[in-house]
Design a protein around this ligand. Structure first.
Ligand SMILES: Nc1ncnc2c1ncn2[C@@H]1O[C@H](COP(=O)(O)OP(=O)(O)OP(=O)(O)O)[C@@H](O)[C@H]1O
Ligand SMILES: [Mg+2]
Length: 261
């Protein structure tokens, strides 16, 4: 396929003092697909996410959006380019209801400059419906009372509502039970099918093999490989995570660093 990726990283470098945390990292994320970002503890996943979301400034490398180079100097740049990161716990305000959370900082007003509660409520319902969410009883529920899975649902519906182009999910199922994990993975797929380029950071190989179209493996700050899920076994992915290469992938050790298939 020759589709231009929504997001492409080329040669991303990031150091903290003398410590090289990311070295010449390449990554692509395509609209309509789920790209899993995997790697052992300390491989550099969170650092990479923070560079893309503008929390850290990369030392070198290029960010391309729809094939065009862009600069990300802070979170505002990333937000304007349509990058949204959904963290497990920090995404929502517990004391507000679902509608208020979805519109926080971007409230709709009527011509009389009062809050347009009806319009916001309707759009919140539409965003949830677009993701086929049926487990949320009322959009006026306080978020503190929602389950972990429902909170993820609201956070993802919010991304959809604000037309995010790249949604990065940080361990979306880490704190969830079996049934809720399945629901959230379903939701991740539906978010992608709405045209979003989804990047999912995960340690859970079952989740990755279930939901990803593409798998990007970081090993000690380098991209060991980005491969199509359909082309690898779980065992090969684990080899890439633990050794930075997989003998069965048909890649030479040199090729297996930084290769994008
Ligand atoms: N602010 C910082 N200053 C110095 N070193 C850092 C900083 N942030 C991260 N590191 C180092 O960079 C490396 C990558 O860390 P990072 O948090 O990106 O890994 P990760 O892949 O997200 O790991 P995990 O799976 O444990 O979340 C680690 O060795 C870490 O100690
Ligand atoms: Mg991390």
């Amino acid at each position: 396929m020759s589709t231009v990726p929504t997001l492409e990283l080329r040669g991303l470098d990031k150091s903290f003092g003398a410590v090289h945390v990311l070295s010449s990292v390449n990554l692509t994320a395509t609209a309509g697909e789920v790209t899993a970002l995997v790697g052992d503890n300390g491989a550099g996943k969170s650092t990479l996410v923070k560079c893309v979301s503008g929390i850290y400034r990369a030392d070198g490398g290029e960010f391309l959006f729809d094939g065009t180079p862009r600069t990300i100097t802070g979170p505002r740049d990333a937000a304007q380019l349509g990058v949204d990161v959904v963290y497990q716990d920090l995404a929502l305000c517990d004391n507000l209801d679902i509608v208020d959370n979805m519109f926080l900082g971007r409230e709709e007003t009527t011509r009389l400059h009062t809050l347009d509660e009806n319009a916001m409520e309707q759009q919140a319902r539409q965003a949830l419906a677009a993701l086929s969410v049926r487990t949320v009883r009322s959009v006026r529920q306080i978020v503190a009372n929602l389950s972990g899975g429902q909170r993820q649902t609201v956070a993802l519906a919010k991304s959809l509502l604000w037309k995010s182009r790249v949604v990065i999910l940080d361990e979306p199922t880490a704190a969830l039970g079996v049934a809720q994990t399945e629901q959230v993975l379903d939701l991740v797929r539906r978010l992608a099918s709405q045209g979003v380029a989804v990047i999912m950071v995960s340690h859970n190989m079952n989740d990755v093999m279930t939901v990803a179209d593409s798998i990007a493996v970081l090993y000690l700050g380098r991209m060991a490989a980005q491969i199509r899920r359909a082309d690898v076994t779980q065992r090969q992915v684990v080899e890439l995570i633990t050794a930075g290469r997989s003998g069965n992938l048909g890649l030479s050790p040199a090729e297996s660093l930084g290769v994008v298939i």
